[in-house]
Design a protein around this ligand. Structure first.
Ligand SMILES: *[C@@H]1O[C@H](CO)[C@@H](O)[C@H](O)[C@H]1NC(C)=O
Ligand SMILES: *[C@@H]1O[C@H](CO)[C@@H](O)[C@H](O)[C@H]1NC(C)=O
Ligand SMILES: *[C@@H]1O[C@H](CO)[C@@H](O)[C@H](O)[C@H]1NC(C)=O
Ligand SMILES: [Cu+2]
Length: 262
């Protein structure tokens, strides 16, 4: 990803004590849409300072908040459904709101990203709780050609152990809706996991999308899972330290399910 190096370097000097993020903006037709325009709004966490409350991650793999974020199992904000043709590219951006005092909204933590779809049983996406089947359409573990370039000498301040992750410090991620996705109204979910031995952090948000597909040979997406239900507290591919001496991104296998590529 091409980005000028100078501003990134100046960001690196001021390290906040804490940094969280959320994905409030959908990237549609190559444009960053407005915060909560296509994404279900989430509620602030209780008992936290205002700057942290909205961006605080979920750390409970069994909470219904694992689906679409805090208090977002139904939509209570005016969310538009984005019309997307199967085979087209969309993205999620770690846009505003952001942690006050943070340098910019981005995937601050090392970890892996994924995208998921769940078809609504009715046309009313607002009332779909996401309790149906989910399938995975993207996983990003190690670096890709879209990852930030940390090899540049000016980026030496960045932690090499973190920069092995493809999404590290990226402000967004784009991916394709599989060509064979059956048409219909879906929740499109983005997830970024910061693995951790005791309290892995789950950053999740859901967009409302209307997938258009006029092929007559649409596929049968799978494997499918329920969310929550997909992760268990303590499972080794979520609850581990990315800084362990013997951690190797090349051989790291992300959690199931496998990606359905259509
Ligand atoms: C995703 O696409 C948007 C719009 O084209 C672009 O601004 C952004 O840089 C892309 N993100 C990455 C990580 O490539
Ligand atoms: C939580 O969601 C409900 C709808 O299910 C909504 O009425 C309520 O305002 C939300 N709570 C907060 C604190 O935003
Ligand atoms: C990581 O694993 C790959 C593939 O087995 C190997 O080539 C590489 O040397 C390993 N890296 C480290 C630092 O051990
Ligand atoms: Cu954080």
């Amino acid at each position: 990803m091409r980005l000028s190096v100078v501003p990134l370097l100046s960001f690196a000097v001021f390290r906040p004590a804490n940094a969280h993020y959320l994905f409030g903006r959908l990237i549609l037709d190559g444009k960053w849409t407005k915060t909560w325009e296509y994404i279900r709004e989430v509620s602030p966490a209780e008992g936290m300072s205002q700057d942290l409350a909205l961006v605080a991650p979920n750390t409970n793999p069994y909470s219904p908040d694992l689906r679409c974020g805090r208090n977002a199992s139904v939509s209570w904000s005016p969310v538009k459904a984005a019309t997307i043709r199967a085979g087209d590219t969309v993205g999620f951006a770690a846009g505003e709101p952001m942690l006050q005092g943070d340098r910019r909204p981005w995937m601050y933590h090392p970890g892996y990203a994924s995208a998921w779809l769940s078809k609504s049983p009715t046309d009313d996406l607002n009332s779909y709780t996401g309790d149906g089947d989910w399938f995975k359409i993207l996983i990003v573990t190690g670096r890709t050609e879209r990852s930030l370039d940390f090899t540049h000498p000016d980026m030496a301040l960045y932690d090499k152990l973190k920069a092995v992750w493809g999404t590290y410090r990226a402000d967004s991620w784009n991916f394709t809706i599989p060509r064979a996705t059956p048409p219909g109204k879906y929740l499109l979910r983005f997830e970024h996991i910061f693995p951790n031995k005791v309290d892995a952090q789950f950053y999740v948000n859901c967009a409302h999308v209307d997938i258009v597909n006029d092929r007559d040979d649409v596929g049968n997406p799978g494997p499918v899972v329920k969310i929550p239900g997909v992760y268990k507290q303590g499972q080794p591919d979520v609850y581990f330290s990315t800084y362990d001496f013997d951690f190797n991104i090349t051989t790291f296998v992300p959690p199931e399910p496998a990606v359905w590529s259509g």
